[in-house]
Structures are given as structure tokens and as C-alpha cells.
Design a protein around this ligand. Structure first.
Ligand code: NAD
Length: 470
């Protein structure tokens, strides 16, 4: 006889909701019990995470290859390495960063003393994306633990193998009184967002960022939103085009262009573009060979939805490298693609590309490039290749972006000493290193004044003529 159909819908939904509210309650109780207060205990959790990353390196690397075709060395540099560097840096400096800083309250309050203490926020929620599914889950987690919070981590369901490997890592190596994982997609995240947190740290698209911010507003929960956007590149006249091309090609095609700070589109004068194209093609060939599909260093689109979306942005009449003919749906393979003669109103310029397609756009010079950047949402990063200090300074002061990189792409964002985050449309808040710990703590001033002598009497009514002069 046929077995009764497994229970779906309401029953499963309510079991999931019960599990999530139990996790939230457990982590709140743990925080309230002071589990995360002791700095040595925080350092021990970070050390456990580091050991776990070392011991589970192979499992994690395999998962990243499965989800994104990510090469092992690339994974070591851009995913695991970023997190282990972050842990080492935070472990080295955490005590000094948390050291209370004293301040003076001025003569009116004298004698008095005051200091600022970095207080943990409480229970944090980290919602991670799929493109650097390990780095962008664990680097915020390092800051959250260092700040003395308990944490719920929600990895991205779009990178399922990495989500499973991360869950295994965190459940094996970290204390469930500190960190718990909730795997899942929209349904689970929706239930999570109904809970009360003390900080929500979200990385992903602006569309979901709005959903997160709206849900957070219900509880007046602060949010950090790490979003994306179209990061522009301007190549000035007279720069070493061979080196610039290598740096741009690497930044664009690493992780198959699925990088929030990837150079999205490139602007230069027509004569610079003409000279640059052969260098770009050569650089792509040097890194990925004549047939990048066979290169072990070139990845795949994360799923068919993104494969189709990005393939649809390619106009084969404009390609000088790659194109849809080389694409392979079965393998989710899109070749490194460069398009020339792109116009501002073309589909490829409508939204963040988030794939291996580089449109080249002709501009009159820096004036037009700056104007084009200013008429769009503020990007996560702006890239400038120039030898002229005055041009660099103009981009620094006349454009706004999460960061500005002159002469390089991508390589700067993994550095623990550099704050990483967006501005305006590319996000709110930042992390990495000290700034990450600041993001996950509250700067609480503690002021103290002895009851005797009672000098505050000078500011109490009645406000006599002598007091008015104060
Ligand atoms: P996404 O917004 O689709 O997903 C991110 C997370 O939100 C996932 O965990 C997902 O489960 C959850 N989510 C999805 N839909 C939801 C819904 N309706 N309600 C609640 N939660 C939901 O983003 P993505 O596709 O994973 O990432 C791509 C975008 O993220 C790009 O714009 C990229 O630039 C940006 N990004 C930014 C950074 C950064 O550090 N600033 C890093 C990586 C990616």
C-alpha cells in the first residue's frame, strides 16, 4: 500500500519556525548569561574557527568547486585566506581595540572622569550571498564574535554545497552557545527576519536589502547592508596599458565575474580603447588560454538563472572576445567576453552585470567619465588607471563610492586593515579588522563624578546673572 504523503506545508513550516525561535531563544539566553563577555573566550572561539578552517580545508574547497567551479588556489586566496588573515589580525589586536579610551568632559563638569567602552550588541544575524559564500559568511562572523555577540548565520541556498560545508564547519568547531546556523532560502529568511535581533548584517542584492531593512525597522534593529552596483573603470591616456589590462582582466574574470567589486564597465577615450583592446585580449589569453572552458582556473556561473541572465546581456555583434557562441548551457559556462562600441542605453548598462562580460564605452575624457559615474547610484568601488595625480584627485573628490582604487582592481578588498563597505546605493556600514569590531559593538561612554564636592550646583536654577555668564 502507498505510504501517506509526507507532511509539507503548514506542518513543516511550523517545525521550521519552532526550530528558529528555539535557536534565537537559546542564543539570547546565552548572551544574557554573559557567555561571550570574556575576551579570552572570544579569542578561543576565533582560534577554534581557524583550526576548523585548516582541518576542513579540503571539504570546503571541494564545495566551492562544486558550486562555482572555483579553482583551489583561487579559493585559498579569495575565500579561506581572507578569513584566516582576518582572524590572525583580529586576534593580534583585539585587546588593544577593546581597551577603553578615556576622554575629558571639560571644565564645567570637573572634577570628573569618563571613558568609552566597546559593548557587545547582543544577538546578531548574518545573511550571506552565494558568490564568495565562505568569505562573505565567515569574515562578518569573525567581527561578530570578536565584538562579543552571539550569532545566527544564514548561508546562501544558491551555493548549496558550500552552505552544507559551512554548516558542518560551524557546528563542529564552534560552541552552539555562540553561533548557530540556519540553512534555507526565502521562507527561512522570512521567519528569521520576524525575530528580534540587535544587528542584521546582510550581504547581497539591493532588492533583498530593502526587504531586510523593512523587516529590521519593525524592531528598530540596526542593519549593515553590503550591496553591489556597477563599479566603473576609467583608463586614462598614457598609462602602461599592458599592466592595466592584466589587472582589469583578472578583476573582471575572477570568479567568472560574479564579484560585487568586479570592474563592471570600462570607460576611456576612443584612441585609448583602440590601443587597449589587444592588451585585454592578450591578458585574457595569458590567464585562461585559448579555450578558457578547458582552463582549470576559470569558473562557472552559479546556476542556470544567472547563466541565462548574463548570456542575454551579450550582443555578439559587439564582442571582440568570447560571445554566446562559445557558451555552454550544460556546463553553465560563459566565456570571458569583451564588447566594444557599447552605448549607455544598451541592456548591459541597465543593471549590475555580475558575470564575465566587460563592456567598453567611449568617453571624451575624465570630465565625461566623472559625470557618468555621478549620474548613477554610488558604486561599491571605482577604479582609475592614471599617472596624473590631478586626475586621481578629481576622482577622489568629485565621485563618491565605497572605495576608490587607483592602479589595481579587487586585490585590496581582502585586506584586514581596510574598511570594506558601500555608500548610498552600494550599502551602509563597513567591516574587516578594527572597523568590523566597531560595527558589531556599541561605543558606550561611561561618565563618573563624585558627589562631593557638589560642583554641579553652579548649573542649577535659579539662573542668576552670575550663572548666565557661565
Ligand atoms: P540575494 O539578495 O539574492 O541573496 C542574498 C541572501 O538573501 C541569501 O542568503 C538569500 O537566501 C536571501 N534572500 C533572497 N531572497 C530573499 C527574500 N525575498 N527575503 C529574504 N531573504 C532573501 O543576493 P545574491 O544574488 O546572493 O548576491 C548578489 C548581489 O549581492 C549583487 O548585487 C552583488 O553585488 C551583491 N554583493 C555584495 C557584496 C558586498 O560585499 N558588498 C558581496 C557579494 C555580493
Amino acid at each position: 500500500p502507498a505510504l501517506p504523503a509526507p507532511e509539507h506545508g503548514d506542518g513543516a513550516e511550523s517545525a521550521m519556525r519552532t526550530a528558529i525561535t528555539a535557536d534565537v531563544a537559546a542564543l539570547r539566553a546565552s548572551f544574557d548569561a554573559g557567555t561571550t563577555r570574556d575576551v579570552s573566550a572570544r579569542l578561543a572561539q576565533l582560534e577554534a574557527l581557524r583550526t576548523g578552517l585548516r582541518r576542513e580545508h579540503r571539504r570546503l574547497t571541494r564545495a566551492l568547486a562544486q558550486d562555482l567551479g572555483k579553482n583551489g588556489t583561487e579559493a585559498a586566496i579569495t575565500e579561506i585566506g581572507v578569513v584566516t588573515q582576518e582572524i590572525a589580525h583580529v586576534r593580534r589586536h583585539l585587546r588593544s581595540w577593546l581597551h577603553p579610551s578615556s576622554l575629558s568632559l571639560g571644565p564645567l563638569l570637573a572634577p570628573s572622569s569618563a571613558h568609552v567602552r566597546r559593548e557587545p550588541l547582543g544577538l546578531a544575524l548574518i545573511i550571506a550571498p552565494w558568490n564568495y559564500p565562505l568569505n562573505l559568511t565567515l569574515a562578518p562572523l569573525v567581527a561578530a564574535i570578536a565584538g562579543g555577540n552571539t550569532v545566527i548565520v544564514k548561508p546562501s541556498e544558491v551555493a548549496p554545497a558550500t552552505s552544507a560545508a559551512l554548516t558542518h564547519l560551524l557546528r563542529t568547531w564552534l560552541d552552539p552557545g555562540w553561533v548557530r546556523v540556519v540553512e534555507g532560502a526565502v521562507e527561512e529568511t522570512t521567519v528569521l527576519l520576524q525575530q528580534r535581533f540587535d544587528l542584521i548584517f546582510y550581504t547581497g542584492s539591493a532588492a533583498v536589502g530593502r526587504i531586510v531593512a523593512r523587516a529590521a525597522a519593525e524592531h528598530l534593529t540596526p542593519t549593515v547592508l553590503e550591496l553591489g552596483g556597477k563599479s566603473p573603470v576609467f583608463v586614462d591616456e598614457g598609462v602602461d596599458l599592458a599592466v592595466a589590462a592584466r589587472r582589469i582582466v583578472w578583476g573582471k574574470f575572477t570568479n567568472t565575474g560574479q564579484t560585487c567589486v568586479a570592474p563592471d564597465y570600462l570607460m576611456a577615450t576612443p584612441s585609448t580603447l583602440e590601443k587597449l583592446v589587444p592588451h585585454l585580449r592578450r591578458a585574457a589569453r595569458e590567464m585562461y588560454g585559448r579555450d578558457p572552458r578547458r582552463s582549470r582556473d576559470y569558473g562557472r556561473m552559479v546556476d542556470l538563472k544567472h547563466f541565462e541572465r548574463v548570456r542575454g546581456l551579450i550582443d555578439d555583434e559587439k564582442t571582440v572576445l568570447g560571445g554566446t557562441e562559445e557558451a555552454d548551457r550544460e556546463e553553465r559556462y560563459l566565456p570571458p567576453t569583451i564588447m566594444t562600441g557599447v552605448r549607455w542605453e544598451d541592456p548591459v548598462m541597465a543593471e549590475e552585470i555580475f558575470g564575465p562580460v566587460l563592456p567598453l564605452l567611449a568617453v571624451d575624457g575624465p570630465d565625461e567619465a566623472i559625470a557618468r559615474i555621478r549620474e548613477r547610484e554610488k558604486p561599491l568601488t571605482a577604479y582609475v588607471f592614471t599617472d596624473r595625480a590631478a586626475i586621481e584627485e578629481r576622482f577622489a573628490t568629485e565621485t563618491s563610492s565605497g572605495s576608490l582604487a587607483v592602479g589595481l582592481t579587487l586585490a585590496h578588498v581582502g585586506t584586514p586593515t581596510m574598511p570594506f563597505g558601500g555608500v548610498g546605493g552600494s550599502g551602509t556600514g563597513a567591516y574587516h579588522g578594527r572597523v568590523g569590531v566597531e560595527t558589531f559593538t556599541h561605543a558606550k561612554p561611561i561618565v563618573r563624578k563624585a558627589l562631593t564636592p557638589d560642583t554641579l550646583r553652579i548649573i542649577y536654577p535659579p539662573y542668576t546673572r552670575a550663572k548666565r555668564a557661565l
